[in-house]
Design a protein around this ligand. Structure first.
Ligand SMILES: Cc1cc2nc3c(=O)[nH]c(=O)nc-3n(C[C@H](O)[C@H](O)[C@H](O)COP(=O)(O)OP(=O)(O)OC[C@H]3O[C@@H](n4cnc5c(N)ncnc54)[C@H](O)[C@@H]3O)c2cc1C
Length: 235
């Protein structure tokens, strides 16, 4: 059952020029699964709330973290002015974008921009627990500066040989290893040759998820039941 409580911000971490992570002390430990989300509302305006994936992993103790793209909205502006010591109301855990125990060990994640948040949580969990998985992540962004958790994924790849991260950038940076352009059927085939034997997890804005799901089903003939999606409604 999701629980609602007041949580204090203990750390704010800038991830890119317009993405920030907020680490919260919830005062008590609450069970959640890597990939789930919470609902955050502002203390003085309980109606102003947003669903946000938990970007930390249950293996990271002492806090939970969410990571928000800061837009022009009232919610974003209020959040952007928050300091450590401020508090907000969170309700969690919710959602089914999680690894199932019985799941095959071959996984592919397709993501874009801020859609990386629950995937970071799942990958961190797999790495910390040394689960027997083989993961490929194709992560699309406009430019190198838009990559959220870039260093984190570099560290995880070094720690855990079962994780391969491929960046796909519309504007490739000189000297940075990436695929230029967008994630499409050709890129998936090339980067994930055994794609037909993998479970696919897709996360990002609804338009991107619909397009990727169509590609997987119509062009790569994957079965719908092998595709798990999380749509970031609101983008
Ligand atoms: C399961 C889930 C997980 C998410 N995880 C993240 C995350 O980790 N990081 C992140 O930055 N964003 C995440 N989002 C998106 C987030 O909830 C906001 O919608 C988004 O951040 C835009 O909010 P905003 O206040 O910045 O912009 P706004 O300009 O307020 O939002 C854009 C528009 O979307 C509308 N809107 C916002 N939320 C919803 C909704 N739930 N249903 C219908 N309309 C809505 C607003 O009313 C507005 O018209 C997630 C969404 C979902 C559903």
């Amino acid at each position: 059952m999701p629980k609602e409580l007041e949580a204090k911000i203990i750390e704010i971490i800038p991830r890119t020029s317009n993405v920030k992570s907020f680490r919260l002390d919830t005062g008590e430990e609450i069970d959640y699964k890597a990939g789930q989300f919470l609902c955050a509302s502002l203390r003085d305006e309980r109606d102003c709330k947003r669903y946000l994936s938990i970007s930390s992993s249950p293996t990271e103790k002492g806090y939970i973290e969410f990571t928000k793209k800061i837009t022009q909205s009232d919610f974003s502006s209020a959040l952007n002015n928050f300091k450590t010591g401020d508090s907000l109301i969170v309700k969690y855990p919710m959602g089914n974008f999680i690894l199932r125990d019985e799941e095959a060990s071959n996984i592919a994640f397709l993501s874009g921009g801020i859609g990386i948040t629950p995937i970071r949580s799942i990958c961190k969990y797999v790495v910390d627990k040394r689960l027997d998985k083989r993961i490929v992540l194709l992560y699309g962004n406009r430019s190198i500066n838009d990559i959220v958790f870039k260093d984190d994924f570099e560290i995880m790849q070094k720690e855990y040989p079962g994780l391969k991260v491929t960046h796909v950038l519309c504007e490739p940076a000189v000297g940075f290893e990436c695929i230029p352009g967008l994630i499409n059927a050709g890129v998936i085939k090339e980067q994930i040759p055994d794609y037909s034997q993998r479970k696919f997890y897709l996360c990002g804005p609804p338009g991107m998820i619909d397009a990727m799901q169509k590609t997987l089903i119509d062009e790569l003939f994957l079965a719908r039941e092998n595709i798990i999606t999380e749509k970031f409604i609101g983008y």
